[in-house]
Design a binder for this molecule. Sequence first.
Ligand code: SF4
Ligand code: SF4
Length: 369
Amino acid sequence: MQTKKDFPYEIDEYSYHRFEQKYNMIYRRLWDKSLPTYGKMFEYNIDNHISSGEDGYSRIDFALVAAGWTVYEKFPFAFSWHREEIMDIGYGVDWMREKYPVKDVKAFTNKTKKAAKFYGASLVGIADVNEKWIYKTGFVRPASTSEAESKEAIRKGDASNSILESPINLPKGINKVIVMAIEMDETAISTAPAQPASAAAAVGYSRMAFAIACLGEFIRNLGYRAIQCGNDTALSIPLAIDAGLGALGRNGLLLTPEYGSRVRICKVFTDMPLIADDLNLSFIKKAEKFCKTCFMCAEACETDAITKERDPTFEPATISNNACVKKYYVDVEKCFEYWIENSGDCGNCIAACPFSKIKKFKTSSEFWK
Ligand code: SF4
Ligand code: SF4
């Protein structure tokens, strides 16, 4: 195995290839007939949950979750790669066309980060684009179409590989990525795996859509290019690590010093002149050491999807992992099976992690008080 120490990653350079988004479980369940979750989504078990009377699975809880996705699913410009035309919203447009002349890149970088936080980022960092983390192929939304509309065919079960296998190539000159982490509600996450925790994730996604849409337009108003992304286009976790936001945990998620894994990640690629952040090396080393002997996420996982091996490995758990990088691999097939049973994403491994800093665990009834 030909490996390269490219801190903080140890990569099998010989075998590594860019991830294909169709292997993400959300897409794979649409085409891989070998999966027990083939063709299933959260609605699969929802009536049973609602009629069960179980705390955290009432119709009101599910209404909270589904409504939390509203902006992410229904806002047509959330994931734009460019402006089709400049719409005058009352401020004129001529001043937006020329590139803003950046004289002091450091001050300009700080103002861009301030804008990202102003639009809702809890944490923001900037990285040089590493092509390794860009999907080789993936689902590309039609321009100016909401997530829900653009995935209509997929939602109806028409998920031919061609829909999911568009080549992903960033335009020339796009060399920086602004990565934003958005905190998920502490009390709601503490109820995991009940539905308020799923609602925290849903609202996190909608806040992602808001933040990237506003930041993308801010960049375009300054005459530069912006590519607004949620989980699409590139792997968010290594980009976030590159941008200095944290480290990779045993739970397969980004660990941040501020909120642990209790964040959602979104990103905007751009050609603006910006200064990239350094890796948070001290935190990466701390997390690496901590995860070797802390198994709280693995113990909290109902399906043993998280490894209890002491050390990270190159061996993926499933074809849905981004392989050939030394890390803790999560068996996302098992994880997704639990999500389908649970009628929502679970979040146990987020709530259990000490870095998530949950001060008091609450029941769903307590969440509603
Ligand atoms: S989300 Fe739940 S099922 Fe999935 S790995 Fe985490 S604890 Fe396990
Ligand atoms: S719960 Fe422990 S082992 Fe799991 S990611 Fe958090 S610190 Fe690492």
